[in-house]
Write a protein that binds this ligand. Structure first.
Ligand code: BES
Ligand code: ZN
Ligand code: ZN
Length: 501
């Protein structure tokens, strides 16, 4: 899809679909109940008779489509609701832009234009421009590339129609939006790949190609190096598969760093999780190709960082393996020695993500990481606790959480903090080793998984994102089609940028 920002007159713009956003003013006595977010008289006039009909409420996600709108060059005028005027936000506008594109796609319309909305004083033009661009580009993605009879419905051309007076801000936001959306869509493409295509080796190749194209250095290691490093936990998980593991290390070094921070991004890259000897039920197991979504988020984040060039050093570490049952697989009762030296009693081979991350987090520290963040589809328990509308957030440091929260404020990605305090440590004690890889019982499973990771980060400020519930979406939403979401890319990058101050 070709997306561009132009500064032409909207009523005169020739397009199959001109989109304008609308808000609901509530029940203010003198105001019309619905306002279009444009000052263009011709658009207001074309829409007026329909808006007054009462059919359209400007609810977030609501749409009204008019054919041959009087006085406009566009073939159609699409009005997209952005909710209550008082609550208008960049998040709502990202959704509204996505709704416009997904509406166009459903009708096989291939070109569209979106009128940049008239903003109130609470909204920043550059941020809105970025959000709209993200909404447009993310909404164009569909996970249907493997259909042989695929009807390509992707948009060919989408124009964001801006106002000349804020050209600079709009251009800045647009350029950033393109970078973020491209990386998030790349992450989605990786997550969508089936396990037979995207093996750990293939994931390594794709990460290396991304690094090569974006000026990052990259190393991809396998079994030999893991042995050399003493990554017994990671190796334990990998040993049941004929597919060799991949340890992917991506590095970004700024020309001039603002401080001595080194940020370690660590991703769980299980390209398929059968559960291993503690095998999962057949029902829904196909989904476990998305067990590398944390890795994909980190690879996408590195791509964004390469383009935005924040003034801070970043190291991306991906631990990729396939979790299989076989004659060579690790077993419940086995004791593994992690790279840090800690011994782990394996209680359940399906709790493999925390094992590969244990070595990944420790390794990132040995490479010099002063701050750590990991993303992982780590536990079903997190999905039980939070549903699919928030990812779990765990940390060993309140200040780090406060900075993260502030940084991710406008990303429209939502995280809910769960406890990770030492009183839970009891639950991962082992009778024969330092720790065990599952809790004593099934309660608090997302927390015991986080407690396990915490053992390997020590005093280093650290954030763990459990994205099991959000990395794969069962039903399409405003700007995200069903399938892989690419969640966490935007937030991880914003946190990195906050640490570059
Ligand atoms: N990959 C799964 C977690 C998962 C579940 C991701 C559902 C996405 C959707 C993880 O490796 C796993 O199997 N965890 C177990 C841990 C248990 C054995 C302690 C789980 O959550 O059941
Ligand atoms: Zn598992
Ligand atoms: Zn898993």
């Amino acid at each position: 899809m070709n997306a561009s920002l132009q500064f032409s007159n909207a009523p005169e713009f020739v397009t199959s679909l001109l989109t304008v956003f609308a808000v609901d003013n509530g029940s203010a006595p003198d105001a019309p109940s619905i306002s279009l977010l444009t000052a263009e008289q011709a658009i207001l006039a074309a829409a007026a008779p329909f808006l007054n009909s009462g059919e359209f409420k400007a609810d977030a996600g609501g749409t009204l489509l008019l054919h041959a709108p009087a006085g406009l060059k566009a073939e159609r005028l699409l009005i997209v609701g952005a909710g209550k005027a008082a609550k208008l936000s960049t998040a709502e506008l990202r959704k509204a832009a996505g709704t416009a594109i997904r509406t166009a796609k459903a009708k096989s319309i291939r070109d569209a234009a979106i009128v940049f909305p008239k903003l109130n004083e609470n909204l920043d033009a550059a941020e809105v421009s970025r959000a709209l661009t993200e909404g447009i580009l993310l909404a164009d993605y569909d996970a249907d590339t493997y259909r042989s009879q695929r009807e390509d419905r992707s948009m060919q051309n989408v124009v964001l129609l801006g106002d000349e007076t804020s050209r600079g801000a709009l251009e800045r936001g647009f350029a950033e939006g393109e970078v973020f959306a491209a990386a998030q869509n790349f992450a989605r493409t990786l997550v969508n790949e089936p396990g037979n295509v995207l093996t750990p080796t293939e994931l390594g190749k794709r990460a290396a190609a991304m690094c090569e194209a974006n000026g990052l250095s990259c190393e991809v290691h396998s079994t030999e190096k893991l042995k050399e490093l003493g990554m017994g936990a990671f190796l334990g998980v990998a040993q049941g598969s004929v597919q060799p593991p991949a340890l992917i290390v991506m590095r970004y070094k700024p020309a001039k760093a603002a401080n001595s921070n080194v940020i370690g991004l660590v991703g769980k890259g299980i390209t398929f999780d059968t559960g291993g000897i503690s095998i999962k039920p057949a029902d829904g197991m196909d989904k476990m190709k998305y067990d590398m979504a944390g890795a994909a988020a980190m690879i996408g984040a590195m791509q964004t960082i390469a383009a935005l060039k924040p003034a801070v050093e970043v190291i991306g570490v991906v631990c990729s393996a396939e979790n299989m049952p076989s004659g060579s697989a690790y077993k419940p009762g086995d004791v593994l020695t992690a790279m840090s030296g800690k011994t782990i009693e394996v209680m359940n081979t399906d709790a493999e993500g925390r094992l590969v991350l244990a070595d990944g987090l420790h390794y990132a520290k040995t490479l010099g990481a002063t701050h750590l963040i990991n993303a992982a589809t780590l536990t079903g328990a997190c999905v039980v606790a939070l549903g699919k509308l928030n990812s779990g957030l765990f940390s060993n440091d309140d200040e780090t959480v406060a900075l993260f929260r502030e940084a991710v404020n406008t990303t429209d990605e939502t995280f809910w903090q769960l406890p990770c305090t030492d009183d839970y440590r009891e639950l991962i004690k082992s009778d024969i080793a330092d720790i065990r890889n599952t809790g004593m019982d099934r309660w608090g499973g997302a927390i015991t998984a986080a407690m396990f990771l915490k053992e390997f980060v020590g005093e280093t400020p650290w954030i763990h994102l459990d994205i099991a519930g959000q990395a794969w979406i069962d039903e399409s939403r405003s700007y995200i089609a069903k399938g892989p979401s690419g969640v966490a890319v935007r937030s991880i990058v914003e946190w990195v940028r906050a640490l570059a101050q």
